[in-house]
Design a protein around this ligand. Structure first.
Ligand code: BTN
Length: 324
């Protein structure tokens, strides 16, 4: 049933600008014309606007705005990422749902999406504000065949994917602030949280969470973050389809992931550094009980930040407070 509907959507998508007759659909899908009609009614329930014209057939006039497992699958151009999509309206956190999915055996590339999160989690135990359906709140289950110490590379990869997607949307001044905050100008628009279940030298699975602020207006953000957060809408004065953004991110993510798996970290590193916030600039750093100034140089394969000190020496930083 599900796959017939997906095939139907694919066919309608190919014939986007013209009608396709009920008979042709019935032949191609090997179902009766009544069954075709019933599928059309179901698609309408999912938010598709379908025009049915006597003697001409059917065509999609508008694709759905709402996010559901079906609407994400429609037009999704990935090979393995998002083959299984779990969509929830309101959950504490998609991270928790994704962990549960992974523990229950969900496959590599399973995607968990929520319209709203009541306990969205950020890095370092911070809260991630995601109570409304105005952003992309998504966690991906990955089962990569890499050693656990390379897992940070996937977080860096995800950051470059988001930066690329936003750049393709012509969002200005996109940057990545180490380790993985996506910025527009000086304000944070997206973040990534990677959680891993691993043992010795093997990753059991990894949950990679992406939070992207999309349609928030300035008064939507709570006081604690309103001066440091932004959204796509605030940056560009237009609203975006969450469904389309999820599809764009999944498509770019799969492409980058496959390149990474075949060619290694080099292209990710180059891409990351291209977007690196304040790269080449001097900043003040606090780490342990030391405070000093250094120039940001790039990232290393272990995810650390490479800085050059004033005496010419280089140093890798794994965790540090940087006065951006
Ligand atoms: C950060 O910048 O601190 C990371 C934010 C990650 C937020 C996303 S939203 C989807 C997923 N579910 C969560 O609870 N957190 C991540």
């Amino acid at each position: 049933m599900e796959s017939t509907r997906n095939k139907l959507i694919d066919i309608l998508n190919v014939h986007k600008n013209s009608f396709i007759s009920g008979q042709q659909l019935s032949n191609q899908l090997n179902i009766s014309r009544t069954a075709v009609w019933k599928h059309m009614r179901e698609l309408e329930k999912d938010g598709y606007v379908i025009e049915a014209a006597p003697r001409k057939g059917y065509r999609i006039v508008e694709s759905p705005k709402k996010v559901s497992s079906n609407t994400i699958h429609w037009g999704l151009q990935t090979k393995w990422l998002g083959k299984e999509v779990v969509h929830k309206h309101r959950v504490p956190s998609t991270q928790t749902v994704a962990h549960q999915q992974a523990l229950n055996g969900s496959s590599h590339g399973t995607v968990v999406i929520a319209d709203q999160q009541t306990k969205g989690k950020g890095r370092l135990n911070r809260k991630w504000y995601s109570e409304n359906d105005d952003g992309v709140w998504m966690s991906v289950v990955l089962r990569p065949n890499i050693p656990p110490n390379q897992a940070p590379q996937l977080t860096l990869l995800a950051a470059t994917v988001l930066a690329n997607v936003l750049t393709k949307l012509k969002i200005p001044e996109v940057g990545i602030k180490w380790p993985n905050d996506i910025l527009i100008g000086d304000k944070k628009v997206a973040g990534i949280l990677t959680e891993m279940q691993a043992e010795h030298d093997q990753i059991h699975y990894l949950v990679l969470g992406i939070g992207l602020n999309v349609n928030q207006s300035s008064d939507t953000f709570p006081d604690e973050v309103k001066d440091i957060a932004t959204s796509l809408k605030l940056a560009s004065n237009q609203s975006y389809s969450i469904r389309q953004l999820i599809q764009d991110i999944l498509f770019e993510f799969e492409k980058s992931y496959d390149v990474y798996m075949s060619d290694g970290f080099t292209s990710i590193k180059q891409n990351w550094e291209r977007f690196g916030y304040k790269m080449g600039e001097k900043v003040a750093i606090n780490s342990g009980n030391r405070t000093w100034t250094a120039t940001l140089h790039g990232i290393e394969a272990d995810g650390s930040l490479l800085v050059s000190n004033d005496d010419g020496s280089h140093e890798r930083l794994y965790s540090a407070e940087i006065n951006w």
